[in-house]
Design a protein around this ligand. Sequence first.
Ligand code: NAD
Length: 300
Amino acid sequence: MKLGFIGLGNMGNPMAGNLLQAGHSLHIYDLRRDAGANLEAAGAVWKPSPQEVARGVEAVFLSLPMPADVEQVVLADNGVLAGMASGGTIIDMSTNSPTTVRRLAEQARVKGVEFLDAPVSGGVRGARNATLAIMVGGDKTVYDRYEPILKVMGSHVFYVGAIGAGNVVKLVNNMLAFINMMGAAEAIILGTKAGVDPNVLWQAIRASSGGSFTWESGTRAILRDRLAPTFTVELAKKDIGLATRLAQELEVPLTMGRVAEDLLNHYYASGYAREDVLATVKALEQQAGVTVRGTWKESH
Ligand code: NAD
């Protein structure tokens, strides 16, 4: 298929790469001209604006940081809607506000353009290996048309309901993941300071009731000191803010979610904005006077 991809960062770049590798032809664009260099080398065609990306393609995929970036890319004078023919589809794979995607879908519909929200989970590794979870909201017949293409980027593709539902699932997932993550960091530090080898803690808890996906992969990354920024505090702050705002709109009381939000806001304001969320363990280590990073034993 003739496709477009806008937003070629940590996630978008490998996802677009997988579309190319599957034989689709790709128009690409990013604010940073160099972000698509590897994709151009693999056959993608760089276009000077979102409008030009949308010209002549069946669908345009977006992987952008903030809801305001998606609005800009879709609605601007040189945006996707200005270039896309009636019958085309916008598939927003950013983590976005359900309210924003519903509004954009309405504006697209006026021009005869379809809109799916299809946020992803699984991080940069999942994007590279095409093992992402993708949760999709929108018209089911449009979903059915693009499901085979989404499966090129993810191994777990879920149709979860009407437009906006994809981001509802994504935001509640991330709220839970952050709550788990903050708890996992406190647990490994407390147990280590109390005298237990962090590797032993990790192994015992992964087989016990406190274990979780986050404990398994996040705590392991901490012990291995593999904390290069792939999912930044800045993006996590956005996600938790969108989740707590959704709860506010629906009058659902949150306690754990708000604690996670307070913590992420605190880390954002204290120098961690561009660091990986897992790297915030450094602040806890400092406060507790104990180091767990770099203690991984390869015998596991
Ligand atoms: P990123 O910052 O690495 O990449 C975003 C890209 O969008 C950048 O290359 C940037 O230059 C480009 N961009 C920003 N504004 C633009 C505009 N107006 N026009 C064109 N390009 C623009 O972010 P990322 O980590 O790749 O995340 C992308 C989306 O995926 C976000 O919504 C994020 O919340 C979500 N997400 C990220 C992860 C992760 O692990 N990084 C996991 C799941 C979901």
